[in-house]
Every structure is written in structure tokens, then in C-alpha cells.
Design a protein around this ligand. Structure first.
Ligand code: NAP
Ligand code: HSE
Length: 407
């Protein structure tokens, strides 16, 4: 039986997992697709680097074009990361009729529409299940599982690094900087953790989820992003006293065809299922008009969970090859995008203010809120015996984002 030949771009965390699964589960995979799967060539930056798995060194190359231009290779699995050069490589692979599986959320969030258009033009598949929430099959769920429904809300804990940091800060009272270092050492964070902690990684993932969920081309510029680098131990402590956990949530909502997508630290009621998603785990909550509430939970990163999604995509591509139906996915984004303005996006807000402890301060603050047309729901002044000033916790009624910016 002729094997299906795979060109693997990258042999880092995810690439190593892909090799392990393709080799270790070969018999099962072959039974499902009807051919052996063979990793024919592997792209690396440094051929001489010591690898975590035994690998036939003759398969390694440092030249991406050697793989992409090899007529024997049927499918490219891209797990090298990067954006511009990687896009060039993928477009060339598609031009040559090769199918593509990628775990690259940066690439798909920024250039997904162009890559998918090229795939459709060339009759090729581009699958990217591992790009959001690593081991959770959420992309296939949004495309296929909810094809019959109209999704109204997607809320996601889609960045493992920040969830790990917030969990440790909440459960162990650990300091932000110390836990970030730990998350980097454990391999959860991106090479430059700024994109994790400032919410950009989550914003890119929410761009992908919102595009699929609302069937409209949401771009990264449409997604507001605020990360956790300014969240303090006090914020978390006071939120807990009020019955909330602080989570970095991506929230995408659709109301009367108007969409908003944002990522921000959010107080989640302890009774909500997202509040108990801890550590490096991810979860995506989806509300549909017909189905109601659903939630998907699992590992959001790591070698084997991410590789599971990558190889599942590979299986789907090969099954399509056997059926001769690659590139037939059709238009995923067929709706005209209408975005909410900041005046139309409303929620409650939590503020922690450090103020002088003297008469009239609260009244002045209340005046500012009132002048900006923001209504206060509750005010708390916890006792702070050993400090000169005071801490005020203010929770607003639903207030629009524009008014809160003025406050
Ligand atoms: P990684 O450990 O840094 O591995 C990257 C691999 O690609 C390495 O083998 C590296 O070669 C090779 N590489 C990178 N740039 C190259 C270039 N210009 N030319 C040749 N080879 C190059 O990365 P990773 O964590 O596996 O992540 C890979 C992709 O999966 C990224 O898009 C990431 O966002 C995505 N992803 C990762 C996870 C996760 O848990 N890690 C989860 C979901 C999605 P050397 O080995 O020689 O250095
Ligand atoms: N840095 C990412 C995270 C890896 O922490 O979730 C998975 O995309």
C-alpha cells in the first residue's frame, strides 16, 4: 500500500509529539485512513541539535523549500511557528497542490482568510485545530457540531500561561513575576511571554473562534485586548472575598447581528463553570440560540495534547484524499461583519482604588462616576489598619465601555 507522505515543518515541542503519535499509533491511523502515514522529511533550524526522540538524521533539513517543492510529499504539517516566512512557505505548498495542517494561531489569526482562499482556489485542505486551545477539538466543533445553530456567545480561557499564573496567585498567594518564570520554565509560555501576559495570544485565538462561531471575517484589529500584567494580588484577594475568581477571558458576543470581541481580566462568579478551570487548562463556553449552554474543557498546550489535534487534522486530510473531496469545505465566513461600538458594549466593572482616608473623598469619586453617567452598584472599604490611606472597591451596574473609559 502506497504511504501518504508528510513533510513536517518543525521538530520542537509539538513536532516531537506529532512524530511520537504518527509512529506510536501507526496501526490505528492506518486502519482509519487506509494507508500508512510516513513522515518523509522534517524541517529544523539546526540539524545537529540533540533531539528528545530517535530520529533518522537523513530526514532532517534546514531548507523549507526542499520539503515544499518535493513532488512526493502530499501533506505539509506546519509546527514551526512564525508568521511571514511561514505564510510564504504555506502559500507555495498550496500552490503546488499540497494540503496543510497547522498549529499556528498567529498565522491563522492574521492571514487565515488569504490562506483559506488560496486553499480553496487550489482544491486543498487547510486544517488548524491545534491553533486554539491545543488539545480541545473546538474548531471542528464550531464548524461542524454547531453548523445547525446560531451562536450568540463564546467565552474562552484560551491562554494556559495566564490561567496558570492567575491560579497560582489565587490559590497560593504567589507573586505574579515568580509564577511567570515558573510558567516559562515549564514550557507553557511563548518564547516571548509578552503576547501571553498582555492578552495578544488570547486575542489571536478569539479572532479565530469568533470568525468561525459568527461566520464573519473578524480580524485581530476588531478584538480589544488587555492582559494580566497589571492584575495584583490585592485584586485577586478582594475579588475572592466577593465570591469571584479573576480569569483572563476572551468574550465574543453577537446581539442582533452586531458583534463584539475582547480579551480582558474578568471577575467570574465562583458558581460559573469557567471559575473552576485552573492551571494550564483551557475551556471554551459556547452559547447557541438552539442548543443553549455548552462547555469544552481540556489541556490548552503541551506536546502530546497539541499533537493529538494536529494528527487528527492529518487523518481528516488523508480521509478527504481517499474520498477525493479535499478543499470542499465551502465558505466559512459568509456573513457581513457588523461590530458594536464602545457605546454599545456594556458590562459591570470592578475597580480597586487607593485613596486618602479622609472626609469627602468618596463623594468626589462618586461625582466623577455620575458625571460620566456610570451608576455604582456597591462600594466597599475594607479595613486596612496598618496603612495610611484606604482601599475602595467599587462595582458598577452595567456600564458601557466608552463611559468607563471617561471615568
Ligand atoms: P518550538 O518548540 O519552538 O519548535 C519550533 C520548531 O521549528 C523547532 O524544531 C525549530 O527547529 C523549528 N523552526 C523554527 N523556525 C524555523 C525556521 N525558520 N527554519 C527551520 N526550522 C525552524 O515550537 P512549538 O512550541 O512546538 O510550537 C510550534 C507551533 O505550534 C507554534 O505555531 C505554536 O504557536 C503552536 N502551538 C504550540 C503549542 C504548545 O503547546 N507548544 C500549543 C498550540 C499551538 P530547531 O528544533 O532546530 O530549533
Ligand atoms: N502560550 C500558549 C498558552 C500556548 O499559554 O496557552 C498554546 O497556544
Amino acid at each position: 500500500m502506497k504511504p501518504v507522505k508528510v513533510g513536517l515543518l518543525g521538530l520542537g515541542t509539538v513536532g516531537t509529539g506529532v512524530v511520537r503519535i504518527v509512529q506510536g499509533h501507526q496501526e490505528d491511523l492506518q486502519s482509519q485512513v487506509g494507508s500508512p502515514l510516513s513522515i518523509a522529511k522534517i524541517l529544523v533550524k539546526d540539524r545537529d541539535k540533540t533531539r528528545n526522540i530517535p530520529i533518522d538524521k537523513s530526514k532532517l533539513t534546514e531548507d523549507p523549500w526542499e520539503i515544499v517543492r518535493d513532488p512526493e510529499i502530499d501533506v505539509i504539517v506546519e509546527v514551526m511557528g512564525g508568521i511571514l516566512q511561514t505564510k510564504e512557505v504555506i502559500l507555495e505548498a498550496l500552490e503546488r497542490g499540497k494540503h496543510v495542517v497547522t498549529a499556528n494561531k498567529d498565522l491563522m489569526a492574521l492571514h487565515g482568510p488569504e490562506i483559506l482562499a488560496k486553499a480553496q482556489e487550489r482544491g486543498c485542505d487547510v486544517l488548524y485545530e491545534a491553533s486554539v486551545a491545543g488539545g480541545i477539538p473546538i474548531i471542528r466543533t464550531l464548524i461542524e457540531g454547531f453548523s445547525s445553530d446560531r451562536i450568540t456567545k463564546i467565552m474562552g480561557i484560551v491562554n494556559g500561561t495566564t490561567n496558570y499564573i492567575l491560579t497560582k496567585m489565587s490559590q497560593e498567594g504567589a507573586a505574579y513575576g515568580d509564577v511567570l518564570k515558573e510558567a516559562q520554565a515549564l514550557g507553557y509560555a511563548e518564547a516571548d511571554p509578552t503576547s501571553d501576559v498582555e492578552g495578544l495570544d488570547a486575542a489571536r485565538k478569539m479572532t479565530i473562534l469568533a470568525t468561525l462561531g459568527f461566520r464573519a471575517n473578524i480580524s485581530l484589529e476588531d478584538v480589544s485586548a488587555k492582559g494580566i500584567s497589571t492584575v495584583t494580588q490585592e485584586d485577586i484577594r478582594f475579588a475572592k472575598q466577593l465570591g469571584y475568581e479573576v480569569k483572563l477571558l476572551g468574550i465574543a458576543e453577537r446581539q442582533d447581528d452586531f458583534i463584539s470581541v475582547g480579551v480582558q481580566p474578568t471577575l467570574v462568579k465562583r458558581s460559573h463553570p469557567l471559575a473552576s478551570v485552573n492551571g494550564v487548562y483551557n475551556a471554551v463556553y459556547v452559547h447557541g440560540e438552539a442548543v443553549g449552554e455548552t462547555m469544552f474543557y481540556g489541556p490548552g498546550a503541551g506536546e502530546m495534547p497539541t499533537a493529538t489535534s494536529v494528527v487528527a487534522d492529518l487523518v481528516a486530510v488523508v480521509k478527504n484524499m481517499k474520498l477525493g473531496v479535499n478543499g470542499r469545505q465551502g465558505l466559512l465566513s459568509y456573513k457581513v461583519k457588523k461590530l458594536k461600538t464602545d457605546e454599545q458594549i456594556a458590562s459591570k466593572f470592578f475597580l480597586l482604588l487607593h485613596v486618602d482616608d479622609r472626609a469627602g473623598v468618596l463623594a468626589q469619586i462618586a461625582n466623577v462616576f455620575s458625571a460620566c453617567d456610570v451608576s455604582i452598584e456597591s462600594v466597599m472599604q475594607p479595613s486596612t489598619p496598618d496603612q495610611s490611606g484606604a482601599e475602595l472597591i467599587i462595582i458598577t451596574h452595567d456600564a458601557n465601555k466608552a463611559a468607563m473609559k471617561r471615568v
